[in-house]
Design a protein around this ligand. Sequence first.
Ligand SMILES: [Ca+2]
Ligand SMILES: [Ca+2]
Length: 148
Amino acid sequence: MLDITGVIVTKRSLDREAVPEYHLTVVAQDSGGLQCHMAVHIRLTDVNDNAPQFVPHSHYTGSVVEDASVGTPILRVAAKDPDIGVSRRIRYSMEPPHVGLLFTIDAVSGVITLLQSLDREQQASYNLTVSASDQVSQSHTRNSLNLN
Ligand SMILES: [Ca+2]
Ligand SMILES: [Ca+2]
């Protein structure tokens, strides 16, 4: 496109996750038709525009024997974030808080482990909600979890 300023501007919004960089050729031409070319490489800087998403997107189901010893790993949840750097650094947490007396989740690995011994005759299943947050804007996603 003909432009006398030489400034390259965007014509629509860009998405680094879809196209992270552009290779353009700029042409400079005088009024006599003589021209030269220059390669231009434009790399998009990331912004934190995506919340983490759990894989798979539905719910997790795990099971544990009632006489499992304290500290037994039960299940590992995992979320992905397509941003880069700290914008994709995920921390996991668990709700409701009282379930945290029986189970705990490692904020970095997403592994849920047993904190106390269980009694199936007292309670046979537990529903909890796990959250995954990135560390920039705290944008997060939740996923339900059933343990029985
Ligand atoms: Ca991004
Ligand atoms: Ca993110």
